[in-house]
Design a protein around this ligand. Sequence first.
Ligand code: 13P
Length: 257
Amino acid sequence: MSQKYIYLGTNTKMYKTIGDTMSYLQRLHELTADLANSPLRLFVIPSYTSLDRAGIYLKGSHILLGAQNMCWEKEGQFTGEISPVMLKETGVSVVEIGHSERRHIFAETDEQEEKKVKAAIACGFTALLCIGETKREKEYGISDEILSVQLKKALYGLKPEDARKVQVAYEPVWAIGVNGVPAAADYVLMRHRAIRSVLCALFGNKAGNGVPLLYGGSVNKDNAVELTKLPDVDGLFIGRSAWDAEAFNNIIRQVMI
Ligand code: 13P
């Protein structure tokens, strides 16, 4: 079951040049080397341009490499998109799908996320599916319905054995980024419980309980421990508070005690 691992990862969004990413990874690697055989599942999702160098550096290490997005086609007339085959050759093992900024700034739809999840699994990646309700949807009291729709569409048609290649990050849209407000622990508890029950309905209890379920959105050194202690929270997906290797390592240490 996933519960024996703690998943901690960061998405560096459109920050850090190749040089910045490499310095960051080298420092993070050094600081966390002693946790290589621990239950920590550590991952970093940097810019596309740094993936090749990062993949060479991280090969065989305890830090997994991810991509922030992916096209569902392997090749073709898709200007500006990145193919799973191209990601594969850089050493990426995790692909982030449906991040709130992709959905809300670049108008990605659940139907597109579905195609990406299927393509990611078919190409041997772990699909890190991001879901979350907007502030308005929360006010309407329909958060669980929205999360359920996002899950059911993006994971449509997958079999219980495919669930092993899926991770879900619950990231309420209103909690993410500089204007975000971190979600309260009891709110996260309820949403994660609801998400877990949808996963169990889709895949059966065994496979559904095995899907790692991460929380993201203004995670910081002050709320990380409380959040990871919640039932149905298998880890954290962190932005700003993890972009300095020392700061990320401090959070990792607090959580791993
Ligand atoms: P912040 O932690 O900066 O709110 O970002 C979270 C996030 O979007 C991770 O993908």
